[in-house]
Ligand binder design. Structure first.
Ligand SMILES: [Zn+2]
Length: 311
């Protein structure tokens, strides 16, 4: 589905084909789930509810997967001249609208989190790629941040992008321009249901950590929908311990120095996850060149940096 660079394709035609495949695959799955739920509905009210739960859960978790793969790929890794639409447009028109129609056809109401689903299309995958970029040394992926031209495109497609995400990228770009490597400074919490890292709350109103205590342990979630899924079947998800939880519970240990020096801590996390320190994992394939473009091509870059440090 994705090229080695992570893009959906090199031409508009290739991208269109890839998106049709994604959309058709999803709709086939949704149709199967809905038809199963409809057969269950005939058995009585309890079955009807269970069927609707399956639909709501399936749609939500498929969005996590598709946001992580297709969302990041479409809006960040596909070449600008091959892009035919944004991820938000794709999900809204090619996935959400069709799913909605499918439910209407069978007289099934929309999942309760629909508003949340629409809201997240402006945030979730933009946060996710920042997390991936920050933690790229621990992952088997290599990528860079958006160039000034790609950033212009992001701002056209997502009017709130600059406000929420531009500042974070500027901070990384400045570091690279200054000859430093941006490093993660905090531990990552994973969502206990979708297993995706919970991002720093750049917008505390929508993105925050949801907590739940269950049988004496605290679980973290990235959304009300994931928390809701946990509540429906806690024992299914409660047994899993995320990487950060295992660290906090002392199942994974670091040296004394690591707790005093974030650089050292990152190195130990990388060793710990089985990556080699100087391995190919997570290196920027442009070696920071995307960031250096801001010095030449983005007249406003230095002004913004000045404003951040003043404000
Ligand atoms: Zn989640």
């Amino acid at each position: 589905m994705m090229s080695r660079e992570g893009g959906l394709g090199q031409t508009r035609g290739e991208v269109k084909q890839a998106l049709s495949n994604v959309s058709e695959g999803l709709m086939k799955n949704y149709r199967n789930t809905v038809e199963f739920a409809v057969r269950m509905r005939e058995k009585g009210p309890a079955y009807k509810e269970a069927g609707e739960y399956l639909i709501a859960k399936g749609f939500w978790l498929s969005l996590r997967l598709i946001g992580a793969l297709t969302g990041v790929s479409m809006d960040y890794l596909t070449p600008l001249d091959a892009r035919i639409m944004s991820y938000k447009e794709f999900i809204t028109e090619w996935v959400g609208a069709q799913f909605k129609r499918l439910l209407e056809d069978y007289g099934i109401r929309l999942p309760w989190y629909w508003q949340w689903f629409e809201l997240e299309l402006d945030h979730w995958h933009h946060n996710f790629i920042i997390g991936l970029y920050t933690w790229r040394r621990t992952l088997n992926v290599a990528f860079r941040g958006p160039t000034p031209d790609e950033r212009k495109w992001l701002n056209e497609k997502y009017p709130h992008w600059e406000k929420f995400f531009g500042r974070v990228w500027d901070f990384y770009i400045k570091k690279i321009i200054d000859g430093q490597i941006p490093l993660p400074l905090t531990a990552v919490h994973l969502c206990a249901v979708c297993q995706v890292p919970i991002q720093a709350p750049v917008n505390g109103k929508y993105l925050r950590i949801y907590l739940k205590e269950y049988k004496g342990k605290i679980y973290t979630f990235d959304s009300p929908a994931c928390l809701w899924i946990f509540d429906q079947e806690p024992d299914r998800y409660a047994g899993r311990r995320t990487y950060t939880q295992r660290v906090l519970e002392g199942m994974i240990q670091f040296t004394e120095e690591a707790y005093k020096d974030p650089k050292r801590l990152l190195q130990e996390v990388i060793w710990n996850m089985g990556q080699t320190e100087e391995g190919e994992a997570g290196l920027d394939p442009t070696d920071g060149a995307y960031a250096l473009l801001y010095k030449e091509k983005d007249q406003d870059f230095l002004n913004r940096i000045k404003k951040y440090t003043e404000g």
